[in-house]
Design a protein around this ligand. Sequence first.
Ligand SMILES: NC(=O)c1ccc[n+]([C@@H]2O[C@H](COP(=O)([O-])OP(=O)(O)OC[C@H]3O[C@@H](n4cnc5c(N)ncnc54)[C@H](OP(=O)(O)O)[C@@H]3O)[C@@H](O)[C@H]2O)c1
Length: 270
Amino acid sequence: MTTEPRTIVLITGANQGIGYAVAQGLLAYKSYFILLGSRDASRGAKAANELDPTGEFIQSITIDVADDASIQQAADLVESKYGRLDVLINNAGINTEIDIMIEQHKKQREEGASQPGKVDLAQQRKLFRDVYDVNLFGAAMVTEAFTPLLEKSTSAPARIVFVSSHTGSLGLRVDSLGAEYAKWSRPSFPVYRSSKAALNMLTLHYAAKFNDKGWKVNGSCPNLTDTNFARGWVKGRPASESAVNIVRLATLSTDGESGVYSDENGVVPW
Ligand SMILES: NC(=O)c1ccc[n+]([C@@H]2O[C@H](COP(=O)([O-])OP(=O)(O)OC[C@H]3O[C@@H](n4cnc5c(N)ncnc54)[C@H](OP(=O)(O)O)[C@@H]3O)[C@@H](O)[C@H]2O)c1
């Protein structure tokens, strides 16, 4: 199998949901070689095989973004097999806060209480740690580990996409004249939202750091999407629609933007 003329893309957390749909979107180009990241080898192999049974365009790669050894192992493997990376899509993300919220609502209903019970600080701290470990530290460590391989990219410009969320936008959150202010200003999901707000600063950091090299580093907001992520609690749109802007950012040419936060309708305030 030769990948030489093809653009090599790594997508983290791509065995299901939006990452999977991004792999599907890139597959249609036939000019990309997709490394489908999965923290579980068998789930990754199954997803890669579903999308491309020939293995010519998609191969799975095991990468747990909360585990530095796993990240380094993946980077070493890409280096030894391909010698470079052209596009990195930091997609893996979790919102376990939603599980706790659903559990709290259930308990509150069962107990007939009007307010949720006392916050368990140790549980709350663990929640912050777990969510930040994947959504923020994971994306940062993956970017650090793969930067030397992006430096060797043969497909100018190298591109990095950070999959963020409208819910992490400080601009939307404070725009009291905005059409959806009531929605964005609700005090919901502080752990997840702050992890994505921090991810946005990280995006700007890398955009500035790699600006002189001409790399395209951007953030994308998927919008509410029907994946395992939402646990069926709220209805979202198909993952294929949320993949559109991520695919666009992953395929930018030299005249494309960098340091921009967007969805398929255009720029989103940071
Ligand atoms: N769905 C939405 O409404 C929505 C809205 C805005 C932003 N987003 C963002 O979009 C991205 C993708 O979410 P999604 O909706 O596709 O969720 P999803 O269906 O739950 O998929 C998340 C993916 O991330 C992987 N993952 C979780 N922890 C990981 C770890 N430690 N290392 C590597 N991979 C890990 C999951 O692997 P497993 O299969 O092994 O669990 C899965 O492949 C996330 O960054 C999310 O914050 C989603």
